[in-house]
Write a new protein. Structure first.
Length: 261
């Protein structure tokens, strides 16, 4: 199978050499990409460097390659994530080489390319989750997920759905994204139930109406946070004004053991 190797450095060079000189190899490198301009026009075992990630679509079309192998030593999770998304946009299947730890322990060889794992995308080992503890907080509760239509929010909704909440309320300002996540969870996506809320999290009045008097547990989904912060929405306090409008001092408070309902 024809592949493009991303990385012409310390990791890409031995990979290309192994694959180019080994008879019967499952992968055949036909091009190399590297963002370092100094490596343009370089050849490794006859395989040329044809540009950087900006030329990925063109190189894939010209070579007929079907796989992009990311071969970068000391790679970060952000780099793997960005290159994986770029490969998928070009119709390429993303693969990565084994980590340095896997190579040093003898658990893998440089040519043993594989699918990206969660740890590759995170840039660190995946954290273990105490599912029983999380289920205790979620089961039987009304749960509000903001940003439910994003990649992180949608995955959070899928995992929370399995923990048995009394009600899972999914909020996002993107109607198409809400449609997709509801379809994935329930097989229907009419957006006509109270479990989906089309709103902007910055609209305080709308969010107060969504929280209601009973106060759902809310899980926020910041894209660059490694943790999920859970909150208990308290009943809005009434201001002293005669209008009866909720006070602007209303804020969610963090869940603690004593505040569980």
């Amino acid at each position: 199978m024809k592949i493009i190797v991303f990385g012409a450095g310390d990791a890409g060079t031995p990979l290309i050499h192994r694959l180019a000189t080994r008879s019967g190899a499952a992968y055949r490198p036909v091009a190399i990409l590297d963002d370092d301009p100094a490596k343009r026009r370089l050849r490794i075992d006859g395989v040329p460097v044809l540009g950087g990630r900006g030329q990925m679509t063109e190189v894939a079309a010209n070579t007929g390659a079907r796989v992009l192998v990311i071969a970068i030593a000391g790679r970060s999770g952000r780099v793997i994530h960005d290159l994986t998304e770029a490969a998928e946009r070009c119709g390429l299947v993303p693969k990565v080489i084994p980590s340095v730890r896997e190579l040093l322990t003898g658990g893998a060889r440089i040519e043993g390319v594989r699918d990206p794992r969660i740890s590759d995308l995170l840039g660190r080992p995946a954290a273990a989750t105490d599912v029983a503890s999380v289920r205790e907080r979620i089961a039987g509760k009304r749960v509000l997920v903001t940003g439910a239509g994003g990649s992180i929010g949608a995955e959070l909704c899928r995992q929370l759905h399995r923990l048995g909440p009394a009600e899972l309320i999914m909020l996002d300002r993107d109607e198409s994204a809400l449609h997709a996540v509801q379809l994935a969870l329930s097989g229907r996506a009419l957006l006509d139930s109270e479990e989906t809320v089309l709103a902007d999290i910055r609209d305080q009045r709308r969010i107060r109406r969504c929280s209601g008097g009973s106060g759902p547990t809310s899980c926020s989904t910041p894209r660059h946070s490694s943790t999920c912060r859970c909150w208990k929405a308290t009943r809005p306090r009434r201001s002293r004004a005669t209008s009866g409008e909720p006070s602007r001092s209303w804020r969610p408070r963090p869940i603690t053991a004593s505040s569980r309902s």
